[in-house]
Design a protein around this ligand. Sequence first.
Ligand code: 3NM
Length: 218
Amino acid sequence: MQLINKEQVKDWLSVYFIMGSPNCRKDPKETLEEAIEGGATLFQFREKGANALTGEKKWMLAAELQDVCRRQAIPFLVNDDIELAVKLEADGVHIGQEDAALSDVRKRLPGRIIGVSVHTMEEAIKAIDEGADYLGIGPVFPTATKADAQPVQGTKLIEEIRSAGLSIPIVGIGGIQAENAAQVVSSGADGVSVITAISQAASPREAAAQLKKAILEN
Ligand code: 3NM
């Protein structure tokens, strides 16, 4: 049974901001507050890479950012870390192909949003069959943020999924900026997920607003 409304998920995916402390140019809390004010519609806490926080410090930052999301009424998702998501009662998680099986995650987080990264049609169909609430597809463009990213695939898989008549919510990821966001949405994605475009911007507020504008104008 699909507990989560598909159209609602599609709306949430439109300007999907992802980050952790290593990604931010300024204070993560401030960055997130500004991003939401500018128009970010969903947030994923992804504390990874060089100097990533662990243990209690990671938990504390997650709780602080979750609080920002609650106050500004957007969903708070956790990348990979199911324990953290359960402990914080997060609104959902995002998992990759190497992470826990979707059925196990669903048991631990009933009624929450579960997003899955997919890179092929087979992975997409499997995730849909297992009940994923949305698919993350990338890297659409070259990205320096994820060291172990798959080869750049453009919008091909997004187009294939839509051509097959599959209506699952989809978000594109990887190297997306305001200038190329419309291309991702016009290929069939419901929104764009970004790290650098917002977290490294001089004004995260303005960067989020530009992304929103690019998507709305599409
Ligand atoms: N996942 P930026 S690409 C976290 O292809 C992540 O699955 C990807 O960061 C995938 O917006 C990526 O800075 C990094 O390019 C996205």
